[in-house]
Design a protein around this ligand. Sequence first.
Ligand SMILES: [Zn+2]
Length: 484
Amino acid sequence: MGSGVGGKDRAGSPALALFNTMGRKKEPFVPLEPGRAGMYTCGPTVYNYAHIGNLRTYIFEDILRRTLEYNGFKVTHVMNITDVGHLTSDADTGEDKMEEGARREGKSIWEIAAFYTEAFRRDIARLNILPPTIWCEATKHIPEQIELVRRLEEKGYAYLLPDGVYFDTSKFPDYGKLAMLDIEGLMAGARVRPAEGKRSPTDFALWKLTPPGVKRQMEWDSPWGRGFPGWHIECSAMAMKYLGETFDIHAGGVDHINVHHTNEIAQAECATGKRFVRYWLHGEFLVMEKDKMSKSAGNFITLQTLVDRGFDPLDYRYLCLTAHYRSQLVFRRESLDAARSARRSLLERIHAHGAGAGAAGGSAGVAKACERYAARFLEAINDDLNVPAALAVAWELARDSSVPAGGKKRVLLDFDRVFGLRLDAPLPADPNGEIPDEVKALAARREEARKAKNWKEADALREALGKIGYRVEDTPDGPRIFRV
Ligand SMILES: [Zn+2]
């Protein structure tokens, strides 16, 4: 349904507005090039599985991309894979996370990187996150990063210390603008202690040198000596390579505002003298409630943890859609249960619509009603991606008895271009995800008893199921098992 070509909206419908972290206000989205949008999102550091909190950020970015496409923009989406240089501390100290992962698992760094990159791709596919137009690995862009450091050195923004090349943040008057950092306060040294030899506490490594006598698994020659790139430089270098020195949108988690994105801006803008990014978008945290699930998973919940507990990855996606991306979302087992029921119920309604209903919407009145729902949906997503409101519109339509089934289905599937909930997928076999075999066996025995009209036995088995948390309902399609 969309709203026409080239980002031009249908008459009367609101244009897309996004909350820009730079300046902290909602602004109409006007791309550099009409009808196109360039977008860079910080990808994973591939030394471990992604946590569901990380995945919430990728779901938000996917909604952003889908909303742009729904509005008719042709999107070039670039995502990096950090496979070198991300140290365990933001203050340019600590171990390389990749080296740490390799040691933990007794594998080479390259094996670790390949393994967790694949795991990440699988996770985002299961969440129905559209793959980026361009994936780029840091280790495949070393010359570009060296070249950017060289440009910064040439312009006097870099200085050399025994352990690496550092960016001199005092030379960039706009430093910290994105984060609204109190540089004066930082300089007083109250919160950040400067590393050995750093001119300012906010200065950061552009290139780290391998200490003498050490052989790292990942290191490259550079004009300053053998070593590896600082973490921030890869994003500036690769974003500019694929999207140009100035591009439309850069997104990531809120945890990137203060250091990583602040430093990306400093590197890029000092090298080019141009504005780096026009719209900065940041997704809030997922907050883990200390419940049974997070405890048993050691508080490190992956998508697979959820699948092992009988959830569909899209149940988690649905849960993420119930909160605005700029609000924190508290992760609770009950909320995920509720998200699963809601997603299933929406699927069931769509399937009910599919059965016996004509594809056409019917009368002109119905067409008007569908149009009104579509307009409200567009208004919601174009208001800084207000997906919870868009979901409410979808539910209102799903329950509206005045709109015939075929029309409803058509409109809901159109909304799903943004939701990405695979609402056209077949219904899952079990209404509550995985039902354990012992439960199925009990239910089958009860069904046999019922067929044999042995009511006493059937009732006893029903009671036994209830005691272990299941309920059987006899439907026209046969018995169905529900988790209570
Ligand atoms: Zn980045």
